[in-house]
Design a binder for this molecule. Sequence first.
Ligand code: SF4
Length: 183
Amino acid sequence: MSGIYLHSVERDSFSNGPGQRLVLWTQGCSIGCPGCWNPETHDAGGTFVTKDQLIKDLLDSGCEGITFTGGEPFDQGESVIEVGNSARKLGYTSVAFSGYTYSTLVKKFGGDVLQNAFDVLLTDPYRKGKHYKSVADALGQKTLTFHSSIYAKEDFLKIPPFEIFIGTDGDVRTTGLAAPYKK
Ligand code: SF4
């Protein structure tokens, strides 16, 4: 059964791509960028969620699209590509972040496969100690590759730099491209 090992999910995000998005933080990363500020996502494990359940979540979410981030989504590349493909076929947009370079992903998965599964890929490793001061600053550290005309860089520049979620248990989570620095 195909699916993705996840660290966490946000069903109502506006800071991880254009518009309202279902955001999947994948669990596991083999890249190990020095100074990564998400070390809790590096180890394998996480919660396995089937592709069918993820697509159902997307259909129920009211979102315009899905965003894959992590962890490293492309350490589970075949599954992430499968979900991205299904989402796009249903009319949703698909955006993925990666610590790999675009050329590495093309070599590993094939350009046509990536084009079919993702409207936009934001690639390249994290730079040690870099605190992104704005969305423009964060985007400046990534290579943006557009596979369709549905979004342009301007759409990414308009997204809020970060957002704060407060769970019913009082748990506070901050997400976004230029979230306040966590020491
Ligand atoms: S790819 Fe992402 S999660 Fe992995 S080490 Fe780099 S910044 Fe951290």
